[in-house]
Structures are given as C-alpha cells and as structure tokens.
Design a protein around this ligand. Structure first.
Ligand code: B3K
Ligand code: ZN
Length: 855
C-alpha cells in the first residue's frame, strides 16, 4: 500500500466516533481470490457527539458490492481509505447498515487483514487491519458484540467467542463481549487440536484448544501447560477469571510479530507455540511461556479494558508486559528474569531512546501506528508501571488494579484513567509522575557520596536529555532503591526506596559505624543510566557481597564495561581484577547456575558502542569487536583449570525438561563450553555436538563451532536433520550470520539469501537473515558500508509486499549518529535511497524520514 502524502495523526485531535454500534453480524464466504464479506451493523447516533453527522467508515483494498441502510440501497461516497454516507441520507435515530464487499486473501502479502499462509486463512487486525476486511469504524473506542458465520470448504472454521453451531462447510460463532474491531479474528484450515479442559476459580468449564497443522500436535504440550498456568496465575494474583466457554490458540507460519490476543482466538507465530526438546531451546521454551501468558493476560488488560485510541497503546501493552514479567518471575527466578529484562531494555529501549526514533511511552503523533509497537511503548511502558508499584507499595498497587477493573471494565480507557485509579486508590498526586508518559529519553542519574562522622550523604543529580521534538524536560519522579553494605560484607541498611523528585537532591543515612559501600538502584528500580564513579575494588566488593541479586550482577557488568571501555579507548590490558572477580562467581556453587551464566556473558558490542558514545567517544566497531574477543580469550585462560569440571558438573541427566533449574545448568554448561572452545581448538565443541540430544545443547555446540570457523560438517548435519522445519532452520540462518566474523558477515548473508530455501516473504526467515546481520555489530558497521547497502536493498525489496516487517527491520539504521562521519554519510545515503523509492509505504516513509532527521 502506498500513499502519496502520508497524513500525521495527533492525540490532541481525538473526538469520539459519530455513532455507537449495538451489534455486528458478519458472514464470510471464503475463497482465495474472491472472499465475500457481508456485514450487518446496528448503529445509533452517539450521545457523546451531539448533532447529526455523516457516517464515515474505514475501508482499504475492499471492493464494495452493495450497501443498504434499513434495507434500502444507498450509494455512499467511496474513496481510497473508506466510504462516507452523508448525514442527510441517514435516518435520525437508530438504523441498520448492510454491506457486502469482496476481498482477495491470497493476494494479501502484507499479512494484515485476511490473508493466507500455506493454504490456511488467517487474520491480523491490530492495529488497523480490519478495514482491509470490510467497511467499518476501525478504531479501538468503537466496541460491539460480534456474531460471525464462516463458510468455506476447510474442516476447521474459527472465529471469536463461543461456538454456536456448525455443519459441513460452515460454522457460527458468537462473542458476547463488546470488542473493538482490532480484536476480530478468523481462521480456516486443515488443523488439528491439542486440547485440555480448564475449570475456573468460580467453577466455569473452559475448553482449551491449540490448533496446529497435522503432525505438529505433539509439540503443543508446553504451550498448553503455559496457558493453564497463566490462567490460574491471573486468578490467583489479579483475581481475573476467563470469561468464555472456549479459548482457542492457532499457530501460523507467516506472521508479522509474535502473537495476537484476539478475543477467545489468539493467533500465534508458530515459533512461539511449537516446542519439543529436539526442536526448541531453553530460551524458546521460556519465550513461549512468556508470550502465551502475555496474550492470555490481554484478555483483561487490553480486551475487557481496551484503549480509547492508539496513542494509549501502552495502557494495554506496558501493563501486559509488566504482568507477563511478574508471571515469568513467579514461574522461574525473579533475579534471573529481572536481569534478562534489563539486558533487553538496555539493548532495545535505551538504544531507541538515545537515537532518532526516541518517542514518549505515550506518543502524541504518528503517521503509521504499526511503527509504534516499540520497546519504548512495551518495555519502558512496563518499567513505568514497575516504578508506580514501587512508589505506592504492593497493597496500593493491588487496590489500584481492583479499582481499574471495577471502574473501566467494558470501556476504552486512557492513561489519564489509569493514573486516576492510582490517585483515587492511594491518595497520591501523580501529576509529576505523568512525565514518564509524555517525555521521551533515558534520564541520566549522577550520584556522589559524602562521608563524615557516621553520616553518609548521597547527592543525586538527574539529567533529562533532549530528544527529537522535545528539547526541555522536567525532573522525573525516580524511585531509587538503596541498600548499604558494611565493610565486613554484612548489610548495614536494607533496601530503602528514596524518592527523588527534584533535579538535584540529597539523602542522608545517620548513625553508621563504618563507611559502607552503597548499592544503588537495586532491582533496577528506575529505567535510568546510572553514572557513578565507583572504584573497581568497590565494584568487585558489591559483586561478592551485594544481597540484591540484580545489583550483584550489575556490579560485575559495570566492572566488565569499565575494563572493556578502557581496552577500547586506551588500549589497556584485560584487568586481572575483573578476571579474578569472574573466577569468584563462575565457580561459586552457592550461586544459581543461571545467574552465573549471566555474569559470564560479556557486554555486547552494541551495548559498548552505546556506552562509549554516551561518554563522548566515537565508537570504532572493529576495535570493540577485537577488544571484546581479547577479553573473552583472557577469561577463558583465567578460568581454564575449572572449565572442564564446570561443564561436567552442569550436565543434566535424565529426560529433558525445560524447567528453570535444568535450563540454568545448561546455560552455564554452554557458557563454559564457549570458553573451553577458545582454548582447545574445538575438540570439546565437536564432542558436545556429537553428544547433544536436545536443541539447547545442539545450539550451544554449533555456536562454538561457528565461532571457530569449524562448523561446516555440523551445519550440513543440522540442515539434513531439520531441513523440513522452517522454525528450526531459521536458527541455522540466524546463527551463521550473527556469529560470522565481521569481514565475512555480509558474504555469508549473501550466500544464504541466494539459497532456494530462502523464502524472504516469510517474516521469520527474513528476520533470521536481515535481523541477524544488523545484530552482528562489527559486521553490520563494516567500514566499506557493504552491509548497509545489502540491508537497504532487502528492505526496499520487502517494503512493497510487507511494509510492516520491512519498517520494523529498518531500525537497524537507528544508531547511525554514534559513528564516524564516513559511516554516518553511508547510512544517510541508504536512507536517501530508500526514501527515493517510488511508491514507498507509509510505514517506511515515516521510519526512514525520522531516522534521516537524526536526533
Ligand atoms: N497486540 C499484538 C501486537 C500487534 C502489533 C500490530 N502491529 C501482540 C501483543 O502485544 O500482544
Ligand atoms: Zn501485547
């Protein structure tokens, strides 16, 4: 889809819709080239919009066959984005609108609206896909109950809500819960179900089904188990029960994102449903658990209470991410989950927030809303809720959430509504806190200490950097969790939350016997960059003694980053102090193996580039890469005597289970294997490859071999084993490119994209190559710009077919400001080239335009 001049939409322009919808009935006659959709909509004037108004319905790429008002043919004004029925042609009160349209699912390559994936019909309507199915007020504040009849010659015909009838070639569904059109879903295909019963807390029976292609049904057990645990958890922790007789999940191979929370009919990217020990890694299992939970939790936070408009996206996404993070923490380890979440936040959201695409958690304008399903809306949106909870306490949070569900169930709400329930439930004024929603950018928090006569004073200063369109910002409310550790390693003052509201603010602790080491921002209590001049000795001390697991890990990470930064900037050697500290953690059996594995993971190249840039350096990708390798080699040498033993002690016997304890052991065992491989020329990795009996260990061994450039045989074996399985083969593509030596990465990507199996129209496959190349930091930022051009070529190739995925992948270019003038120019050249492409999508026009402007 292309627009000559994409329009900008503004939050400040919001107006309620002209009409209210009482009931929607749809009939689908499925056919790949010519599906007919009949819609019957009961409408009435909206009392919130006094006066008589035209009826404007959204509609794109739909062919109008007929249109009737109260049974009489009418001739609406049809244009490229919808139709209008003039007020004068409409009855004064309630009326019935009937339309029939024709659409071509088979021709739909954008995977938005009704489309086909390997013979199966499938929909994706969020954010604005329903308008590609029929004429409709496609906006989240228009909610209505839906009845759907599906006719087609496929055995399984699904839609939202409860099944009310079915026969040969048809099925009828009724969804009694009013919903916006973006939650509509339809699936038709040759599918089989993996089913299980569920009984809700109040005794209602629910049939749970996971629908997959025949042959895949034995890989649904983990997703089903995750679903059942999610449903129980939401009852126990949030008091929220499921509200229909069935809950259906469908796995589809061609999907633009992870999954979609359609009411009663979640549609999933198959890679986040299908799992067996042979095909899925521990990380895959953890992601499946989290995404199943996320989509299920949307039933209350998103579906029962939805968003008034798309600017409020974080209302459902931030909250639902927060809830899925809580759930995963409860199921696994809170410490490990928090570290992983912060790693991801820094890698994706801080990166976004510090570049040209920075935007507030609640943006105020957009051209294409699909471009705002970002780490800022999702992950920072979740962090903001975490801060809110920290500020009002667990009880205040629980009261506020109960009030939120009581007050807004069945409504389309705003961030103002959300904050008001916290104010009303806790008596707190959140006016200043609200800046977290309206101001972009990652605050930088500086801290210095003063010590005199048993009194420790912490002086904080926050800086809120300018972001595109936002030069000046106010001070943020920062919950700063602090603990003090005495010189003997005992906790002198347990975690206390300091509440910073000014630009500069001091807090004192009195009556201390000896000068403590301060542990600041425990649990990563606010999403800020902490700038702290702590000596390496103090960092090592915190790594050894901090009682807060996040800050214990953070101390080691900060130490590693200091060391690596000095290696890159000054050519310093690997600091022995860091090596000793790592040895202390790696072999400490009292620590959780998963935690130890995280400690041994070096800061990523991109993270280092971000950090160096923020410190005023121009990062040199090749130098970062080389220094990081040197650092890894030094670590391997330092730990060498213990690595074999560590690998042996981490081996998990018995049948594979994806539980957190076994996964943690495998993670540490594979980390040790990665280090051993730097010493033994690949002997241990070859051995591990031969012995691997699950995908986690297979990937561990294969990664080590690719890293050594000795993976040819293993790669061929892998392809022979899994060639038929698209999701598994995506790993094969991804690893070869992500782990390629920087000077080889583009060449490897070129070779792989030339393979006949490289089905670039499949979003997972496209991401596994283009995403992997952008993630290979030094490879992507190769000095001759070859990777920039390669990625731009592919984005331009995909854009006309699937603008959403192309635009998403274009964020590869969002960091160009960090680098030297040559690289900046080369990226600019690619952005110009993209923007000059005739018929460029609205999605890509907005993304490339924003990136071009800089920041
Ligand atoms: N709500 C969907 C994402 C829709 C993305 C549309 N471009 C999945 C989720 O966040 O749960
Ligand atoms: Zn979501």
């Amino acid at each position: 889809m292309s627009d000559a001049s994409p329009q900008t939409v503004f939050l400040s322009d919001y107006q309620p819709f002209s009409h209210v919808l009482k009931q929607v009935s749809l009939v689908f006659r499925l056919s790949p080239q010519a599906t007919r959709v009949q819609a019957r909509i009961d409408l009435a004037p909206n009392p919130a919009r006094p006066g008589k108004h035209d009826l404007r319905l959204d509609g794109e790429s739909v062919k109008l066959i007929s249109c009737k008002v109260d049974g009489r043919d009418v001739a609406p004004l049809v244009d490229a984005t919808g139709l209008t029925l003039a007020a004068a042609d409409l009855p004064d009160g309630a009326f019935v609108l009937e339309t029939e349209v024709e659409i071509a699912p088979e021709a739909n390559t954008a995977l938005e609206g009704l489309y086909m994936s390997r013979g199966m019909y499938c929909t994706q309507c969020e954010a604005e896909g329903f308008r590609k199915i029929t004429y409709y007020p496609d906006r989240p504040d228009v909610m209505a109950p839906f009845k759907v009849r599906v006719e087609g010659d496929l055995p399984v015909l699904l839609s939202n809500g409860n099944p009310v009838g079915q026969g040969a070639g048809w099925a009828e569904w009724n969804d009694p819960w009013p919903k916006p059109a973006y939650l509509f879903a339809l699936v038709a295909g040759e599918l089989v179900a993996h089913s299980a019963p569920f009984r809700t807390a109040s005794g209602r029976s629910v049939d749970l089904n996971i629908w997959v292609r025949p042959g895949d049904e034995d890989r649904c057990a983990y997703a089903m188990d995750s679903l059942i645990r999610s449903m129980r958890w939401d009852e126990e922790v949030y008091g929220r029960e499921y509200d229909l007789d069935v809950f259906n999940i469908v796995a589809v191979d061609d999907f633009n994102m992870g999954a979609m929370e359609n009411k009663g009919l979640n549609i999933f990217n198959s890679k986040f449903v299908l799992a067996s020990p042979e095909t899925a890694t521990d990380d895959d299992f953890a992601r499946i658990e989290a995404i199943i939970a996320h989509e299920y939790f949307h039933n209350w936070t998103g579906n029962r209470i939805t968003c008034r408009d798309w600017f409020q996206l974080c209302l459902k996404e931030g909250l639902t991410v927060f809830r899925d993070q809580q759930f995963s923490g409860d199921m696994r380890s809170h410490a490990v989950k928090r570290i992983e979440d912060v790693l991801m936040l820094r890698a994706r959201q801080f990166r976004e927030d510090q570049g040209p695409l920075a935007h507030p958690v609640r943006p105020e304008s957009y051209m294409e809303i699909n471009n705002f399903y970002t780490a800022t809306v999702y992950e920072k949106g979740a962090e903001v809720i975490g801060m809110l909870k920290r500020l009002v306490g667990d009880e205040g949070y629980a009261k506020a959430l109960d009030l939120y569900f009581d007050r807004h169930d069945g409504e389309a709400a705003t961030i103002e509504d959300w904050l008001k329930v916290f104010e009303d439930a806790t008596g707190r004024d959140l006016a200043q806190f609200k800046r977290w929603y309206s101001e972009a950018g990652t605050p930088r928090l500086k801290v210095s200490e003063e010590w005199a006569e048993g009194r420790l004073t912490l002086q904080f200063e926050q800086e809120n950097p300018a972001t595109p369109g936002q030069e000046v910002k106010g001070a943020k409310v920062l919950p700063i969790a602090v603990g003090l550790i005495g010189p003997n390693g005992d906790e002198a003052v347990p975690t206390t939350v300091l509440e910073m509201t000014e630009t500069r603010q001091s807090f004192s602790f009195e009556g201390l016997g000896a000068r403590p080491v301060v542990s600041i921002l425990r649990g990563f209590s606010a999403p800020v960059v902490l700038e702290r001049d702590l000596t390496p000795v103090d960092r090592a001390f915190l790594l050894a003694h901090d009682t807060d697991p996040f800050n214990k890990w953070e101390a080691g990470r900060a130490l590693a980053k200091d060391v690596l930064a000095r290696m890159v900037a000054e050519g310093a050697d690997v600091a022995p102090m860091w090596l000793d500290a790592m040895a202390g953690v790696a072999f400490d059996d009292r620590l959780d193996p998963a935690f130890r594995a995280l400690c041994l993971r070096l800061p990523s190249d991109d993270d280092m580039a971000q950090t160096l840039h923020a410190a005023g350096h121009v990062p040199d990708p090749a130098r970062i890469y080389a220094s990081r390798r040197t650092m890894g080699d030094a670590l391997a040498h330092r730990l060498r005597d213990g690595l074999e033993g560590l690998m042996a002690s981490m081996s998990v016997s018995g049948a594979f289970t994806p539980d957190a304890v076994s996964a943690g052991k495998r993670a540490l065992g594979n980390a040790a294997l990665g280090l051993v491989s730097r010493l033994d020329g690949g002997a241990a990795a070859k051995d591990a490859w031969a012995k691997a009996d699950n995908m986690t260990d297979r990937i561990g061994a294969l990664s080590a071999l690719i890293d050594l450039g000795k993976a040819e045989a293993a790669l061929a074996e892998f392809a022979a084993m899994f060639g038929q399985d698209g999701n598994v083969m995506d790993k094969w593509y991804m690893l070869q490119i992500a782990l390629a030596a920087p000077d080889r990465a583009v060449e490897v990507a070129k070779e792989l994209t030339a393979l006949p199996e490289f089905n670039w129209k499949n979003p997972n496959r496209f991401r596994s190559v283009i995403g992997a190349l952008s993630a290979n930091h030094a490879g992507f930022h190769r000095a001759d710009g070859a990777a920039y051009a390669f990625v731009a070529d592919w984005l331009m190739k995909l854009d006309p077919l699937n603008p959403q995925t192309a635009a998403r992948m274009s964020t590869a270019f969002e960091t160009w400001r960090r680098y030297d003038a040559d690289r900046q120019q080369m990226v600019q050249e690619q952005l110009r080239r993209i923007l000059a492409q005739p018929g460029l999508s609205r999605d890509m026009t907005e993304m490339a335009g924003r990136m071009q402007k800089g920041g």
